[in-house]
Design a binder for this molecule. Structure first.
Ligand SMILES: [Mg+2]
Length: 318
């Protein structure tokens, strides 16, 4: 998977391709085998001959590139490409067409269906190799750049940009599937006096340690810890009801206090956080900001009630 390469971005080279997955779709098994064999030399390639099974295969394999035969029974490559490009789960996977057809109309249909490249059959192994390598290397570069743009430079947690461009998609899914969606907003107690007492460098270090602890508490793949700004963090918990959200919130409070970072102006003597949450079954008009604002009100309540605590709202019982 490309994601695993992000941790090793400094070592980006052709060897990185071996983790990339390519799905070859061709109703002619011999042709599928040949293409797969050529690509297997430098990447992880698999093939399917039945165009009807492509979508399921994509969800299972999460390929970084699909090579699609144009002429297939039941569903043509062009039709299939249109479907892949119109589904949120598969729209970003590049598609390379393989076609024996040199005519203007077929090639036009390939481009218009959203294809990213195509190669003429009979395939020249060298050209196929270079084309596939180019697409995969570009995908890796894009993924690395995207990841860098999504990270907060101080804490390495995700940033606001990630929240508003990626987490919004989880909210969309929650609306579509009629599922709960929870947000926790938290911030460090008495952080201004922490900075005033220990200095801004110590303040930065404190934020880093807290951020690392948050990342450890958030386990499930779709849960996300975000540095929202300053000493404020947002935790997004898709498919989580108020009970689950409360349990994560309490675990966060406990974990941060257990770090035992000395803070002489905090009555507990150590750094603590206050947190507010909002759990909702979102309607079509619910925005991420609506939920964050509600969680923020709960955070205000937690601060008013004496800090180092969790308050929350939920529309669960409405
Ligand atoms: Mg065919």
């Amino acid at each position: 998977m490309i994601e695993t390469l992000i941790q090793h971005k400094h070592q980006l080279n052709e060897g990185s391709l071996k983790n990339c997955k390519v799905l070859v779709v061709d109703d002619d098994e011999i042709s599928a085998q040949i293409i797969t064999h050529i690509i297997s030399d430098f990447a992880n390639a698999q093939y399917v001959c039945n165009s009807a099974s492509v979508f399921t295969k994509c969800l299972e394999l999460r390929p970084d590139l699909i090579i699609l035969d144009v002429n297939m029974p039941i569903k043509s490559g062009v039709e299939l490409c249109k479907e892949l490009k119109s589904s949120i789960e598969t729209e970003d996977i590049p598609v390379m067409f393989a076609t024996a057809s040199l005519d203007h109309d077929t090639q036009k249909a390939c481009w218009e269906a959203g294809g990213d490249d195509f190669i003429i059959k009979p395939i020249l192994a060298m050209t196929l190799m270079h084309r596939v390598k180019n697409i995969l290397m570009n995908e890796i570069r894009m993924t690395v750049l995207k990841d860098i743009s999504f990270r907060d430079s101080l804490t390495s947690l995700y940033n606001r940009h990630y929240l508003y461009s990626e987490v919004v998609n989880s909210l969309k899914s929650a609306k579509r599937d009629n599922e709960y969606f929870s947000i926790i907003v938290l911030d460090l107690d008495y952080f201004k006096s922490y900075n005033d007492t220990y200095g801004h460098l110590a303040g930065d270090e404190c934020l880093r340690v807290v951020a690392n602890a948050l990342a450890r508490v958030i386990h499930r793949p779709h849960d996300t810890a975000i540095r929202f700004g300053g000493e404020e963090f947002v935790i997004a918990l898709p498919k989580t009801d108020s009970k689950g959200c409360e349990s994560v919130g309490k675990r966060i409070l406990k974990t941060i206090e257990a770090l035992c970072i000395p803070h002489e102006h905090n009555p507990t003597g150590v750094v603590t956080v206050s947190a507010g949450y909002m759990t909702i079954k979102p309607t079509t008009s619910t925005t991420l900001d609506d939920i964050i604002n509600q969680a923020d009100l709960a955070l205000y309540e937690a601060k008013e009630a004496g800090r180092n605590r969790l308050c929350g709202f939920s529309d669960t019982y409405r």
